[in-house]
Design a protein. Sequence first.
Length: 330
Amino acid sequence: MAINFAVRERWIIGYENHLLSQYRDREVYYYEREQSVQTSKGQLTGPRSTATMIIDAMDQAKFACPRHLPNAKSLQDAMRPRLHVVGVRVAGYFKRGYIIEPTISKDGDLWMEIIYLVLQDIVVFCRTHKIAMPQRLVIVSDNAGDNKSGYTFSFCGALMGGLLFRVLFQLYLRTGHSHEDIDAMFGLWAAFLTRQKTLQTPYEFRNALRTGFPDTQFYVMSHKRLWSDWLGKLRVSIGGMGGSVNAAHSFTWARRQDYDAERFGPLTSRFEEQAHALDVIPPSLRIFQWEGSEQTKSHQNKLHASHMTPPCITHTHTNASPTTNCTPVV
């Protein structure tokens, strides 16, 4: 069989570019992570203050329930549901683990629910440590379709419309990513669980992990809110960001008053209503093909602050206490 050296060279160059892109992704994440650590210590304030969170799901192999190692053979033919476990690291702030019952579907609503719960914890953290809320939010997740949909984008626009942050970044790790800090955290959890002989319920998994990792809060999620129903009533449609190889992986939300036209160019989004300083500017989606061609899509949506505030999220600079009676975790 003849070797096509031209094809081989093209794949080698593509692979090297992929590795270089992964390295640059990590450089961006490590920079934002350090910004978040400094903010959590009160060393960084103002427009550069940041909260950087990375969210990912763990392999479900270690979470078949029930688990009974002394007599594992008796369960080998049983249908044991596997729990879905999601980990979140907010650099400098805290770590969270969510053990999700198998009856809960893994979709965009779950992603938004966990982001919402983490934001409430950030509010509590800032109040407890008497520091100002960060003005920048960075959300890092993988490129799965559940994390990257029109509803999740509308959710981020709602956070901006609620005046909770000045700038919001959605960063999606490209296909083939590995060895991030959250993966190391998952490795510790998995190693710990292999030493647990009997775990019969999701709450026993939670209690075991709480004992083994006291610096991390673990919760069992028994239900979630239907964020997509609420967002659907806002009649905001955002599309064109799907895919993996040929799709954009970084998106920025900002308000008109914070948009730097000299740096980023004129706005491509068009608003039917009169311009306002608090208009939320959706990301202008640029999709780059391997051949170098470019396709640009813009939106015609206007996100009003008065209509886009997510329920139950309370800003730390107000006198009201964060709402916790709607939290579906224990």
